[in-house]
Design a protein around this ligand. Structure first.
Ligand code: 2RA
Length: 340
């Protein structure tokens, strides 16, 4: 016996990865439906060895389906997730719409699996933002040992976080650099992304930060501990897939770098690759297609009493989105629905 699963937004970057990961992890699927907006209707997607035709989200009846993995924007989520939830189908939502609702759990299974029972409130579980997901996997085991007081993070986020058109823009602009007759003006980004970096993701807020930076602050508090102070600078870089983060951590208790490395080696979802030699660290290109969050460059920060620095890299379409959503589905199945 397995689950009746719906993937909403199946033709997008994240929706396709959801299907790949459900198949790769042999999620117990009894039946699967793939939905898309009218624009992509009829497009075929693959699930393991099978090819599936997308159905219309606008007319789909969610009654009798166990879980729906939503990977569409907030507007479509707002319209259709409540309908799915009301029909008795548990929604696992990748948009930012429900993340900050106190009645809706925001879950990273390695970090706060106990929150899954909160799904009952609205039949909805929220998936965190990509940049938060990989960071909290690394922070939680260190917090459990030495209590984190403050985090200073700078991100280096790949263009796939902005969707397929953003990837296309990087590709076309990169080619145009070698073809002066062709001009590819920015449309998905505010400035040219090829051979450049842009310190701006999502909209600006009144205090001068961006919404992407605010998300890292608010989500870390909700997932791990409201007492952790986070300050973030989020930057888009000309990388197709894989987000990187430079993370500075200040703890209440002293934590030696070797002990921190050992803790992270044992932690779920983490792979430590940290040799102090040329190439002894992970770059985003190497993490693509992997499930792990990679930690490198772990070292003491001697400018504060109890400080650590680390480099954290993960496939943003996987741990930052689709993998985390599938892990939530696995958790919900294991702990609550128990049909698998
Ligand atoms: C980005 N945070 O990288 C987004 C994706 N969720 O733009």
């Amino acid at each position: 016996m397995g689950y009746r699963i719906v993937v909403v937004g199946a033709t997008g970057n994240v929706g396709r990865e959801m299907l790949n990961i459900l198949a790769e992890r042999q999620f117990p699927v009894e039946e699967i439906a793939v939905l898309a907006s009218r624009r992509s209707l009829g497009t075929e997607v693959t699930f393991g060895e099978t090819t599936l035709k997308t159905q219309d989200l606008a007319t789909f009846d969610f009654t009798g389906w166990d879980m729906a993995l939503f990977a569409v924007g907030s507007a479509a989520t707002k319209e259709f997730a409540p309908k799915a939830a009301a029909a008795g189908c548990v929604v696992i939502d990748n948009s930012s719409l429900y993340r900050y609702d106190p009645d809706i759990p925001l879950i990273v299974p390695e970090v706060n699996p106990e929150a899954v029972h909160g799904y009952k409130n609205k039949n909805i579980i929220a998936n965190p933002n990509c940049s938060t997901a990989q960071m909290v996997v690394a922070l939680k085991p260190l917090h459990d040992r030495a209590k984190i007081k403050r985090v200073v993070v700078s991100t280096y986020q790949s263009v796939s976080g902005g969707g397929k058109e953003a990837m296309e823009e990087l590709w076309e602009q990169t080619k145009a650099v070698y073809n002066p007759t062709k001009d590819v003006p920015p449309t998905k980004f505010t400035k040219e992304i090829a051979f450049n970096v842009i310190p701006h993701i999502d909209v600006f807020l009144d205090d001068g930060s961006t919404k992407e930076e605010w998300k890292m602050v608010a989500e870390t508090k909700k997932i791990i501990d409201t007492s952790i102070k986070v300050t973030a600078t989020c930057v888009r870089v000309p990388v197709f897939v894989g987000h990187s983060e430079s993370v500075n951590i200040e703890t209440e208790e002293f934590l030696d770098e070797d002990e921190a490395r050992d803790i992270l080696r044992e932690a779920p979802g983490i792979m430590v690759i940290d040799k102090r030699e040329d190439g002894g660290y992970v770059t985003p290109k190497e993490c693509v297609g992997d499930f792990a969050t990679f930690i490198s460059r772990l070292r003491q920060d001697s400018t504060v009493e109890n400080g650590l620095n680390l480099w954290c890299v993960s496939d943003n379409l996987r741990k930052g989105a689709a993998l985390n959503a599938v892990q939530i589905a696995e958790l919900l199945g294991r702990e609550v629905l128990k049909k698998g």
